[in-house]
Design a binder for this molecule. Structure first.
Ligand code: GCV
Length: 720
């Protein structure tokens, strides 16, 4: 090739390469490891991280080394030197108490006992007139968690010269719940297909499995329930167990255990028995043998998650047995292996009850103290079903003798699914911070979940996963923030949503101050915005039929009342809202007296829960002086405005985000804004039939008629 052509050819190659590297599809999540540009921090970090002592030689220390290599090369443009014996130039020491050199142990002050098996400390010491950094804990996985924390300090550009931090998880079971089916569909999944490619397992281990484990370990998640709670018994057969074992082997170095969903009728379906009665000796024997078999495949198998007697799933009720009898049968089979049972409280009868919100409490409260020690009862955050906003579930604080595990839904079934930007950190925080008054003031939901309120050794948090095969994992880029926030809050339920949002933004996009300010503002108002344009003032369950996308306040006359919208909003000429006070279903009686008093009194009931607990006339005067009707309308309008503001804010930080991620978020925000208007117009036109009142000033007149909205049905909505 002639010289000028060669030059052009090389230039073209370089241009296309650099263009390619600018594209960012979000696959790397919050582990972006962007180059540190700060002229002061960069040399400091380079000095600190250049020579690293890691004495351990096992799968987890290999992971630590690999992560450090990847991260430091990218962020600091250095190739770190690793050593298994301390050297003069070593400045970063990563080891357990037994592994660290004596001189470092003398210089640090570590609460070894308190750290447990997963907690870690990072401390800076002075050694030979230079700074050294120690990352330590009592296990290899603790060292991995400490390493990710160290990398986070760099990613968020912290001063590490005097670092002294200790972090200990406040819950011990921190799991994702995948509602993934063996055919790779995902119930309520909006980010493509299931990432578990069962058909090709165990032969092919997708690199994505490793990245999945990395991402989870980086936020302290230590377990994964691979399969849907609407369970298929086949996953318990050797055909699947071989595949499960391969996934477990892949995740083990990252401290992640696998769990499976146990279909209660499995002894019949795959065991050839004619009953699944939990008190029947043959059934007990079958489960014991099945559990023993699972442990042959997966020696550190975590245990079972069970949905029983709910939405068509079989359970102990089929044999007139209690939920405790069902759970205990499985628990006993798992006990010799130290496995656990996560037994869901999402149980409601097949007949429409007087109030579905009361069902789980009625079923479980009498069973308090009757569960085996290795059972956790897994309770959804609210008493209905992951609505945009719910008051906390009355079981929290009501079962002191039983460890209760929190179940949050990360996948946004009722919150715009994979299309709307809704930061769930705010929702999670709101629930966790609420006072149950179970043992007087300060008995927060967080304390129940941590087990600290009633001194339970077992504690946990589950998040229904939003992960799929989409290149960016979660469909909406900001769905990543919800996965992240779940992990951070499972580790420490007292963490602030604002802090979590900030660090996620820094790690995912940029440390620039303006970017962080605007990005935080988008994230922190997004949940309230969605509540405003979907279900303000305590309204709930008024979404589209079956797929649950978009508004559907008119949904009525289905085979069960408590799956309809009219059952929940109770709108008529005389008013709107579900009366859960003593004059109505009295669901309020399930809460502690302090909560009851606060919520039943119209003066003190937080307006955000007003129509959850009260049925009120349209002209009821709100604290603002507006009528209830006007207030509802103004909230819908406000939600629409907020989505507009989110677009403006996002546009204002364009220069801080790569084109690919910028454009995806912008497109989705525009859809969200459009759909916020759809929610507002459809709901207001529908409710106006009953209120017979005009829209207040400031609320935009709907574009179409009510009939138009009623007839509009989105087709082929994913995730059903
Ligand atoms: C897995 C809601 C969802 C169902 C889900 C159920 C549950 O009803 O719509 O898809 O089933 O909750 O939590 O079990």
């Amino acid at each position: 090739m002639k010289r000028p052509f060669l030059f052009l050819f090389v230039m073209a190659l370089l241009c296309s390469a650099s263009h390619f590297s600018l594209a960012n599809d979000g696959y790397n999540l919050w582990l972006q490891y962007q180059k540190i540009e700060s002229p002061t921090l960069l040399p400091e970090y380079q000095k600190q991280a250049g020579h690293i002592f890691i004495p351990g030689k096992n799968a987890t220390s290999d992971v630590i080394e690999k992560e450090l290599r990847t991260a430091l090369e990218a962020m600091l443009e250095i190739a770190p030197q690793f050593t298994t014996t301390p050297k003069q130039e070593t400045t970063l020491f990563i080891g357990t108490r037994e592994q660290l050199p004596a001189f470092t142990l003398k210089a640090i002050n570590i609460p070894w006992e308190k750290l447990g098996t997963e907690g870690f400390s990072i401390q800076s010491i002075n050694q030979n007139s230079q700074k050294a950094l120690i990352i330590t804990g009592n296990s290899d996985v603790a060292l991995l968690y400490g390493t990710f924390e160290f990398l986070k300090l760099l990613q968020t550009q912290q001063d590490i010269s005097t670092v002294d931090l200790t972090s200990i998880p406040k819950t011990n079971i921190r799991v994702l719940n995948h509602w993934d089916n063996p055919d790779r569909t995902v119930e309520r999944g909006y980010a493509g297909a299931s990432i578990w490619d069962w058909h090709r397992l165990p032969g092919h281990v997708k690199p994505q499995y490793v990245d999945y484990a990395r991402a989870n370990a980086s936020i302290g998640i230590n377990g994964t329930v691979l399969t849907n709670v609407n369970a298929n018994a086949q996953v318990l057969t050797p055909y699947f167990l071989k595949k499960v074992a391969t996934l477990a082997d892949t995740f083990r170095p990252y401290g992640i255990k696998v769990y499976l969903t146990a279909r209660f009728s499995a002894p019949i379906e795959i065991g050839g028995l004619d009953t699944a009665d939990p008190l029947h000796p043959e059934v007990q024997k079958w489960w014991t043998e099945k559990v023993n078999e699972i442990y042959e495949y997966v020696p550190d198998f975590g245990g079972f998650l069970v949905k029983a007697d709910s939405e068509g799933q079989p359970g102990p009720q089929n044999y007139d047995r209690t939920q405790a009898e069902g759970a205990n049968m499985l628990a006993k089979a798992l006990q010799p292996h130290e496995g656990i049972v996560m037994w869901r409280a999402f149980v409601y009868s097949n007949e429409t009850p007087d109030d579905r919100a009361k069902q789980a409490y009625n079923e479980f409260k009498p069973l308090d103290g009757k569960f085996e020690d290795n059972v956790l009862v897994q309770v959804k955050n609210g008493p209905i079903d992951f609505q945009p906003r719910e008051p906390f579930h009355p079981l929290f604080g009501a079962m002191p003798e039983t460890p209760l595990m929190m179940e949050f839904q990360i996948t946004q079934e009722y919150l715009g699914q994979g299309t709307h930007l809704v930061f769930l950190g705010s929702l999670f925080e709101e629930v966790l911070d609420t006072d149950t008054y179970a043992k007087g003031p300060g008995s927060t939901v967080a304390k129940v979940v941590e087990g600290s309120l009633d001194q339970h050794a077992l504690s946990g948090m589950a998040g229904v996963s939003n992960i799929g095969t989409d290149r960016n994992w979660t469909g909406h880029l900001f769905g990543q923030a919800n996965w992240y926030a779940f992990g951070r809050l499972a580790w420490n339920p007292d963490e602030s949503a604002a802090d979590i949002a900030k660090e996620w933004l820094k790690m995912t996009f940029s440390n620039d101050e303006k970017f962080i300010r605007k990005g935080k503002s988008i994230m922190l108002q997004s949940h309230e915005a969605a509540v405003n344009y979907m279900t303000p003032l305590g309204l709930h369950h008024i979404m589209g039929w079956s797929h649950h996308y978009g508004p559907g306040p008119w949904v009525t006359d289905k085979h069960r009342d408590d799956w309809t919208s009219t059952y929940y909003h109770q709108a008529s000429e005389d008013g709107i809202g579900f009366d859960r006070t003593a004059s109505g279903s009295n669901a309020l009686s399930q809460y502690a007296p302090e909560v009851q008093q606060q919520y039943e009194n119209l003066e003190t009931c937080p307006e955000k829960y007003l129509l959850w607990f009260h049925h009120l006339p349209w002209n009821y005067e709100m604290k603002s002086g507006h009528s209830l009707w006007d207030e509802i309308a103004l909230h819908y309008q406000k939600g629409v405005h907020q989505t507009e503001q989110m677009i403006t804010d996002w546009k204002s930080i364009k220069t801080h985000v790569d084109d690919q991620r910028y454009q995806q978020v912008l497109d989705f925000l525009q859809i969200q804004h459009h759909e916020a208007k759809w929610w507002r117009d459809a709901c207001l036109l529908y409710f106006q039939q009953f209120s017979q009142m005009p829209l207040p000033e400031g609320v935009t007149q709907p574009e179409f008629s009510l009939d138009h909205y009623r007839q509009y049905t989105p087709l082929f909505v994913p995730g059903i």
